[in-house]
Design a protein around this ligand. Structure first.
Ligand SMILES: Cc1cc2nc3c(=O)[nH]c(=O)nc-3n(C[C@H](O)[C@H](O)[C@H](O)COP(=O)(O)O)c2cc1C
Length: 180
């Protein structure tokens, strides 16, 4: 299976989840995990499965303004947040909007605070909407992985991400998941 996981991450949590999902899809480690800043070489039409994830910012996918806010928060050393090397540049929203029509199977995930989705929002809903708009069929409903108030992944979330990835691998092409 030709699969790839593309992520956006300011502080590393979404990257850790992306890496766990890739391990779940292929425990042998053959699924590339790429930051959205390094996706020039990807031909989405050439994949069996495209998995895309990003952090929830202001209830949705990040925007330039929210990424700037995240960078500012990281420069506040009291917060203890380390900025990812790939945190500069555009996000998932801009990348997906630049797709010409593709096709095939895809899945969306996000990271967000540990509270009711009605309160937090979920970037994965917008990601899956853009994926469908580009012609992808969803292999699974959008999924969230949770961080605590200090922006650390909750215990067990990487394991859950790995299991979610494993289920994506085994999802038959005509399984339900395309409708939210
Ligand atoms: C500017 C900004 C806005 C945020 N807005 C939300 C939000 O609306 N809902 C939520 O659940 N989390 C929100 N968060 C928390 C992020 O979802 C959390 O920091 C993210 O999951 C961490 O992922 P990362 O380490 O990959 O950047 C926000 C964080 C930042 C920096």
């Amino acid at each position: 299976m030709r699969a790839i996981v593309v992520y956006e991450s300011m502080y590393g949590n979404t990257r850790h989840v992306a890496e766990a999902i890739a391990r779940g899809i292929d425990p042998a480690g053959n699924v590339p995990v790429l930051p959205v800043s390094n996706t020039e070489a990807i031909d989405p039409g050439d994949l069996d499965l495209l998995v895309v994830g990003g952090p929830t910012h202001v209830h949705a996918m990040s925007r330039e303004s929210t990424r700037n806010a995240a960078r500012t928060a990281a420069s506040d050393l009291a917060g203890g947040l380390l900025l990812e090397p790939d945190a500069a540049g555009e996000g998932i929203r801009e990348w997906l909007a630049s797709f010409s029509r593709a096709g095939g199977m895809a899945a969306a995930f996000d990271t967000r605070f540990d509270a009711a989705p009605l309160l937090t929002g979920r970037a994965s809903k917008g990601i899956s909407r853009l994926l469908r708009k580009s012609g992808f069929e969803l292999a699974a409903p959008p999924e969230s992985f949770l961080v605590d108030k200090a922006t650390h992944l909750l215990a067990g979330e990487e394991q859950r991400a790995q299991e979610w990835g494993a289920r994506l691998r085994t999802t038959p092409p005509d399984a339900p998941g395309g409708s939210e």
